[in-house]
Design a protein around this ligand. Structure first.
Ligand code: ARG
Length: 508
């Protein structure tokens, strides 16, 4: 009896089970057909790679609003390289077979060629560079293409792409800084003995040599170079394998894919690896400083090429004319470079603000990192290129600069130093020379044009005939004969050291 009851009960259970299964099946069929109908309005007729859980297709405006393919297609090469390394790694650990690996690598290689040839059709409904390439891979090689995304996410993928991109661009920036520095060294050597007025507060201060001035720019650029090299170390880390945020359940070998891509190491913590863009901020900060330096050079070139200074002649091919004033030759290149620092500074603030307050791990906010970063790279490279091409061709008007240095009492400090060497305390010497300058101003001449008697009237015991040697421009610059001083032989020695440094550099 008990047995019979049990049998009936079981039969009921199985029947109801079957019934439930039937219902579920029915429900699923309804759902799928609703969904198909809803999704069929997708304007490009493409199924989203992430479409599984969605019941309606993306709003047309939202599709465009959230897409990044318009600008991130610039990363296609890095995206393909990253995918190839990921694929090789998956095969190495046995997640893909060798044949699957080879088919995927072959497909990716074909896509690279299509893009390079301008034959690839980019689709906004495929959102970004990653999904455009992945979907095309499946179009080309079939189902096996769908295996590429095993054990990774677009989050580690995009972070990898940007790092690869930035690493290559930093190398281009470094070689352009190098080229500009070479030009400055040549100019410094050529003009080691050319005298110009040195300024503080843009008022004539002391004579300096033009070569010395060029070496000041050279040193600023050396620090910019170092900052880029240093930044590159932190850029050159692999986020690949961090997947979406927590890592992956597949037995991946992160070090292997990192090594294939030429990374120095991995970004270890998976949450940090996919979310931080500090490396891009750091690059932009270094770029801002570099642009600040270029804008300072620009300001001087603009001033120096004016009729009022007339210290230099900018090559015509780097200038433009005016549409109304026939006499004009405008220093457009330095002016534009001076202006472009504004956009790079702006990008730095954009990126800092973008990163600020983002909770771990990846957020879509990070898609906004690309345009500021790309534009920073383009701007810096263009400005460096313009300067590296232009500086060696700058004409230096040594007679005008010498004349200008003779005005403005540029050797007044030399006279004070002379008096100190004759035993007068510096403060008293300062006072004596101040009086002499006032006298010369009144007389309308330079200190070197005063008579010995006139000079001696300000300090009878301390001034003798040999004072005139220190009042000349050549005497003044030659006297500053120590490491980093403006004396022509110090400039030549610094040029030599600069050349050696450029030769041994390469600590990228
Ligand atoms: N286009 C995206 C970006 O630039 C790629 C990563 C998207 N990841 C995601 N989970 N929606 O950041």
């Amino acid at each position: 009896m008990l047995f019979a009851c049990l049998l009936v009960y079981c039969a009921k259970f199985v029947a109801s089970g079957l019934c439930v299964a039937g219902l579920v099946k029915e429900k699923r069929a309804d759902y799928m057909s609703d969904k198909k109908e809803a999704m069929s309005v997708n304007k490009a007729g493409e199924q989203k790679l992430w479409g599984g859980r969605f019941t309606e297709s993306t709003d047309a405006f939202v599709e465009e609003f959230t897409a990044s393919v318009m600008f991130d297609q610039r990363l296609y090469l890095q995206d393909i390289q990253g995918s190839m390394a990921h694929c090789r790694m998956l095969a190495k650990v046995g997640v893909l077979t060798e044949s699957e690996r080879d088919q995927i690598l072959d497909g990716l290689g074909r896509i690279e060629k299509e893009i390079a040839a301008g034959e690839f059709v980019w689709s906004v409904s495929r959102e970004d560079v990653h999904m455009n390439i992945e979907a095309r891979l499946t179009d080309l090689i079939g189902t096996v293409g769908k295996k590429l995304h095993t054990g990774r996410s677009r989050n580690d993928q995009v972070a990898t792409d940007i790092r690869l991109y930035l690493r290559a661009e930093i190398d281009r920036v470094l070689s352009e800084i190098d080229r500009l520095q070479q030009g400055l060294l040549d100019l410094a050597e050529r003009e080691a003995g050319t005298i110009m007025p040195g300024f503080t507060h843009l008022q004539t201060a002391q004579p300096v040599t033009f070569g010395h001035h060029m070496l000041a720019w050279f040193e600023m650029l050396s620090r910019d170079y170092e900052r880029m090299v240093d930044c590159r170390k932190r850029v050159n880390r692999s986020p690949l394998g961090a997947a979406a945020l927590a890592g992956t359940t597949f037995p991946i070998d992160r070090e292997y894919s990192a090594q294939l891509l030429g990374f120095d190491a991995v970004c270890e913590n998976s949450l940090d690896a996919v979310s931080d863009r500090d490396f891009a901020i750091e690059f932009t900060a270094a770029a801002s400083l570099l642009m600040t330096h270029l804008s300072r050079f620009s300001e001087e070139l603009v001033l120096w090429s004016s009729a009022q200074f007339d210290f230099i002649d900018l090559p015509d091919r780097f200038c433009t004319g005016s549409s109304i004033m026939p006499q004009k030759k405008n220093p457009d290149v330095p002016e534009l470079v001076r202006g472009k620092v504004g956009r790079v500074n702006g990008h730095l603030i954009s990126l800092l603000t973008l990163m600020k307050s983002q909770p771990l791990a990846y957020n879509k906010d990070n898609q906004e990192d690309k345009e500021p970063l790309f534009d920073t790279v383009d701007t810096v490279l263009n400005c460096l290129r313009a300067y590296a091409d232009m500086m060696p061709a700058v004409g230096v008007k040594d007679a005008v600069m010498r004349e200008a240095a003779l005005r403005g009492f540029s050797t007044a400090t030399d006279l004070a130093d002379y008096l100190v060497k004759q035993g007068l305390p510096f403060r008293d010497a300062h006072e004596v020379v101040g009086n002499a300058v006032a006298f010369a101003l009144n007389k309308g001449c330079d200190l070197s044009e005063l008579t010995l008697a006139e000079l001696q009237s300000f300090s009878p015991e301390h001034i003798s005939e040999n004072v005139f040697a220190v009042l000349t421009l050549e005497g003044s610059v030659q006297a500053r004969d120590h490491l980093g001083g403006t004396a022509p032989n110090q400039v030549l020695a610094a040029v030599q050291r600069g050349r050696n440094m450029l030769q041994t550099r390469g600590g990228k």
